[in-house]
Design a protein around this ligand. Structure first.
Ligand code: SAH
Ligand code: MG
Length: 203
């Protein structure tokens, strides 16, 4: 990463902090970028761009990597457009301004990264797995939801938050019982699930 990029990324992280935009934590982003390099991922579909931070960090892993990313919030989308321009990554990142659940994506990806509305994870998974290459991976962020998933539900005061926590638990059960994938949840950042598509053996 050249020094100028470093300063720009620092600015993006500062903007996220000031505007309470839930970008990936350092530990999580290190895991994700290391994963991309290790598995020689060539293209990524991201659900939930926010201001483009994780898309930019992934894109900087390799000049050959293409990232397609979807965001439904207009202000965040516009900020993502600006950030991607600043880093001169327009040829490497495709931003889509839409509700992901209403978006049909063509093509296949080595990695699908789900980091949007936490209660909708099963829907995102089921909608976009058709875009996953054989031997591809689906990675989902925030499996701990700020540590609340491991907490006793009675300690969670907000009904809304309790609802999200329940949905994340349902998603974990969905992943664990999904016979087409091997899922591991890593104790990194806010909890990261890696679901590896099983190859069809003997066919
Ligand atoms: N991946 C980003 C952070 C994403 S935060 C990073 O680490 O830098 C989650 C984002 O998902 C929010 O900006 C929210 O507006 C967006 N989002 C939530 N539900 C969505 C949906 N159905 N379609 C598109 N974007 C969605
Ligand atoms: Mg996240």
């Amino acid at each position: 990463m050249v020094n100028n990029n470093y300063a720009l990324i620092k600015e993006i992280k500062q903007y996220a902090l000031e505007n309470k935009i839930p970008i990936m934590q350092n530990e999580g982003i290190d895991f994700l970028t290391t994963f991309i390099i290790k598995h020689q991922i060539k293209n990524v579909l991201e659900i939930g761009s926010a201001i483009g931070y994780s898309a930019i960090m992934m894109s900087l892993c390799s000049p050959d990597l293409k990232v397609t990313t979807i965001e439904r919030d207009e202000q965040r989308y516009l900020e993502a457009v600006r950030n991607i321009k600043k880093l001169k990554l327009e040829d490497h990142i495709t931003l889509i301004f839409n509700d992901a659940l209403k978006t049909k994506i063509d093509g296949k990806f080595d990695l699908i990264f789900i980091d949007a509305a936490k209660a909708q994870n099963i829907k995102f998974f089921e909608l976009f797995e058709r875009n996953l290459n054989d031997n591809g991976y689906i990675i989902t962020d925030n499996m701990y939801f700020h540590g609340l998933v491991q907490k006793n539900e009675k300690e969670i005061k907000s009904r809304n938050v309790r609802g999200i926590v329940r949905k994340i638990k349902d998603y974990i059960s969905f992943l664990k019982s999904n016979e087409n994938y091997n899922t591991t949840i890593y104790d990194i950042g806010d909890g990261i699930a890696v679901s590896e598509k099983k190859t069809k053996e003997g066919v």
